[in-house]
Design a protein around this ligand. Structure first.
Ligand code: NAP
Length: 599
């Protein structure tokens, strides 16, 4: 083993441990920004892409292919970096306490313009300097080394910032500066001799990423994150292919890393595209299963692995490499198509982890330490987040990947079972308004239905009215309410609800017995008492919000249809429970109207 490889492996391992400690300190409140932040940091594939794009290929057969692949990789990675940091910043800007809300507006727009101008000036300066001092390799190498060391520290401190909403935004801005510094340092790399394609890639990526980062609504964060993973993974795969086309200095360890980079990059690319398409409802959200599905996937994976081993053992530039890449792309499709849309957040977190590993492999191929560090951090973060989600749902990762959970048929069956089960009390808006008028303590339990109805602003308005009437209002947040980790936190932050009013499950559960009303807004599974009492229920063992212990319960939903798990909710048959049927936003708007009429 070469010393460089040995050092690389140590760095990979240590960064993984560090990542574990940093990520476990991130509160559930910030899990969605964390996903988006690690995704932005994973755009470090940009540094490797720059080298491949700007290298001298005059003596390389098919060198133009390498330059073109490098250019595409620069464009994809720039899109990822710009879009990822912008949307993370927008999201974190919404997390404020009641006191911070009262402070005057943000300087975000001016800050953004200033960062843009400084970045542009620094990049132009680096390119001009490089052209004038083409022979000064020593200075360039030092600039590169120091920029990487400092940017690694900035990434780590940036992730550390996510341990509290107070520091999270500044932390991520620091990480964005770290990315800029790493890119600037790379421009001094002596291997980069041509800048034309690099500049075009920067411009195109910044326009696309900037548009995505500034325009995409918060509700579309999961699909944007998936799309972003696909771009990052594509960049890693393209760089790997370019390195193979060049086929220089290919010893066994480098070939192992290269195989890993293109295989994981390719399957993450297609898998993430399918995930994004399912979340955007371009593809049916239900699990698409067929006979022999697992067998086919295993056969394809086995062929991919066999070709990979053959390439390492033979150490030849065999065209089988391209078959391996193609089959890895197919495997990504086979892996994600059978999984239902509702499980996509967990899949996205896993794909995030794969993307990180592809980045780290690229770091081993190019012997680039900053890529090894960030790839390892990203890999650990995605993996941990996926495990946390599985634990909060009381399901195994294997069940998520291969269980085809949440089939539509089961929802219909459960709806029939619900109809046969017993009495459900419904309530009118007028009656609900009277109950709220007399309530002194209300706990609001938001769920996926609030996201579907886009009811967060109406919910916040109702809470404000209740507070004005002297009631104590709390929001109870289940870690897997909605369809992505921290989904409810992001929506309520968007509706200007200060995060100090949001209470995590363990903290708020003891307050339910004192609550006059528990208002359930489109939440279902996360309130189902069967999770505690019915061993036969698929939800058994999942920690829930103990809404059934409140003095009275009002549930806003459209019908008796079940939620994600496809099981009937015992809560609705509780004698304290009243159903206010209808779209959550419309129901709350009417309720507010009735309450105002009573004043
Ligand atoms: P849920 O159990 O899926 O229930 C959502 C409810 O919202 C449905 O019963 C639906 O009933 C109602 N609804 C839909 N549209 C509505 C509208 N316009 N107005 C009012 N109600 C509406 O959601 P949850 O309680 O939030 O639980 C989340 C589930 O997703 C859990 O099972 C969790 O394990 C799973 N999950 C979460 C994540 C994550 O990261 N958060 C990831 C993967 C899976 P109607 O159709 O009758 O209106």
């Amino acid at each position: 083993m070469t010393t460089e490889l040995e050092i690389g492996l140590y760095i990979f391992m240590l960064a993984g441990f560090l990542g574990y400690h940093l990520i476990t300190r991130v509160p559930p409140l910030l899990h969605t920004p964390l996903m988006s932040a690690t995704n932005a940091i994973a755009a470090i594939s940009l540094v490797g892409s720059l080298v491949v794009c700007g290298s001298d290929y005059s003596n390389v057969r098919y060198g133009w292919i390498c330059a073109t692949l490098g250019f595409l990789a620069v464009t994809c990675s720039t899109t990822n970096a710009v879009g990822g940091f912008l949307i993370t910043d927008r999201m974190l800007g919404m997390f404020r306490t009641s006191a911070e809300k009262r402070e005057t507006g943000s300087n975000f727009r001016w800050g953004l313009i200033a960062v843009g101008v400084v970045s542009l000036a620094a990049i132009v300066y680096a390119i001009v300097w490089k052209r004038r001092h083409a022979g000064h390799a020593g200075v360039g190498a030092h600039a590169l080394q120091f920029s990487y060391i400092i940017s690694a520290a900035m990434f780590i401190l940036g992730l550390k910032g996510l341990s509290s909403p107070k520091w999270a935004r500044r932390g991520m801005q620091l990480a964005a500066c770290g990315m800029l510094l790493a890119v600037l340092g790379t421009l001094f790399d002596e291997k980069i001799v041509s800048f034309t394609l690099i500049i075009i890639g920067f411009v195109v990526g910044s326009i696309v990423g900037g548009g995505m980062g500034l325009q995409i609504p918060m509700t579309a964060v999961p699909q944007r994150t998936a799309l972003s993973h696909s771009l990052g993974a594509l960049a890693a795969c393209l760089v790997g292919i370019a390195e193979f086309v060049r086929y220089e200095d290919m010893h066994a360890p480098r070939l192992v890393a290269l195989d890993f980079e293109v295989i994981v990059g390719a399957l993450t690319f297609t898998g993430s595209l399918i995930a994004a398409a399912k979340l955007q409802e371009l593809l049916p959200g239900r699990p698409i299963t067929y006979k022999g599905q697992n067998f086919l996937s295993i056969v394809v994976l086995a062929i991919v692995a066999t070709i990979g081993v053959y390439l390492v053992v033979s150490q030849r530039a065999s065209p089988l490499f391209y078959l391996m890449v193609f089959l890895a792309l197919v495997f990504g499709l086979l892996l994600v198509v059978p999984i239902g849309a509702a499980d996509m957040p967990t899949v996205i977190a896993l794909l995030n982890s794969y993307g990180g590993l592809a980045d780290a492999s690229m770091g081993f191929v190019l012997m680039n330490k900053i890529q090894i560090i960030t790839g390892s951090l990203d890999g650990t973060s995605g993996f941990l987040l996926a495990l946390l989600m599985c634990r909060a749902m009381n399901r195994s990762a294997a069940n998520v990947l291969f269980g085809a959970f949440g089939k539509v048929e089961s929802e219909d069956e459960a709806a029939k079972a619900a109809a046969a089960k017993g009495t459900v009390r419904s309530i009118s808006h007028e009656e609900a308004a009277v109950l709220f008028e007399n309530a002194r303590s209300v706990i609001i339990v938001p769920g996926y239905g609030m996201a579907v109805a886009q009811a967060q602003h109406a919910v916040a308005e109702l809470a404000d009215i209740l507070r004005e009437q002297g009631a104590d209002v709390k929001y109870a947040i289940h870690p897997v309410a909605g369809r992505m980790p921290g989904h409810m936190n992001v929506l309520l932050a968007e509706a200007n609800v200060p995060y100090d009013q949001l209470h995590e499950m363990e903290e708020v559960n003891p307050s339910f017995p004192e609550a006059d009303i528990a208002l359930v807004v489109g939440a279902n599974d996360v309130t189902n008492p069967a999770a505690k009492s019915n061993k036969a229920s698929p939800l058994y063992g999942m920690p829930i919000l103990e809404v059934d212990r409140a003095k009275s319960i009002i549930v806003l939903k459209r019908s008796m249809r079940p939620g994600f798990a496809g099981v009937d909710n015992d809560l609705y048959y509780n004698e304290k429970c009243m159903m206010l049927f209808g779209d959550a936003k419309q129901s709350i708007t009417k309720l507010i109207g009735e309450m105002k009429a009573l004043i």
